[in-house]
Design a protein around this ligand. Sequence first.
Ligand SMILES: Nc1nc2c(ncn2[C@@H]2O[C@H](COP(=O)(O)OP(=O)(O)O)[C@@H](O)[C@H]2O)c(=O)[nH]1
Ligand SMILES: [Mg+2]
Length: 278
Amino acid sequence: MKGRYSIDIDIVAASPSRTAKRRVQRAMPDYPKMKKPDVKLVILGDMNVGKTSLLHRYTERKFKDTISTVGGAFYLKQWGPYNISIWDTAGREQFHGLGSLYCRGAAAVILTYDVTNWQSLAELEDRFLSLTDTANSDCIFAIVGNKSDLTDTKALVMESEEEQEANDEDERKEGVPRAFASPTAQPAIRKQVYREDAMALYNRILRYKLLDEKASLPAERMCFETSAKTGYNVDLLFETLFDMVLPTMLRRKSASDSPTVDLEDGDGVKRTKAGCCA
Ligand SMILES: Nc1nc2c(ncn2[C@@H]2O[C@H](COP(=O)(O)OP(=O)(O)O)[C@@H](O)[C@H]2O)c(=O)[nH]1
Ligand SMILES: [Mg+2]
């Protein structure tokens, strides 16, 4: 039956003398076929810096003041012919901590802090960086200062007309004007973390990872300031990273298409068919 799954169940009768077998065919509901991700991106950072809001803004084009992280911990984005999985923490950074599995095999890590909170940048280095040891050896790092609508006038303007309209719609429903939507509104809070601080952290990460600064992507390209609230730089962040992980995906694809398996795997270690280090 097209579009439906069916399962065959063998029923064995209770009496041992007469083992009757009956075939029962059960119709199962339609399930969409799960797409296999080609690459993994993860979002890391302290509780409340706006990780879930960034993902929500990118995927839903919306911002909500209260948004539950619990639930949607994994988002699949089709990018050209590829499927990119983006992992959110599902609130575990707050309650249970994040295990080493979270970053395993990641091609890119988005280290997120809040521009109004110096401690949130410090936490990236103190608590979160070590979790990235299980990411791919060629993993790309982006450092993202979110909530810049609170500190920078340029981040106050809604990113696109489409987002402005969605915001106006929300305003109408809530009956409360949102100050941030106006281009003349003033930022509310003093900035505690500047982009230079994030760039200095980026360069320390390269040293921690024993990567050559000159051969790596430069800090200016990998440090972003965003606002999940207005959409400022959010598309730029995700789509820059998607483009950057394309070579990883292509290498993976050609490795899996290849009849002999001796290409570099995610660890950057050459392996022969037998799985020994070459
Ligand atoms: N002003 C402002 N608030 C934000 C922004 N992003 C998130 N928030 C707020 O910060 C709080 C925490 O956001 P959330 O996405 O749950 O953070 P997470 O714990 O890192 O996932 C929520 O109250 C959000 O409404 C932003 O860009 N600007
Ligand atoms: Mg969250």
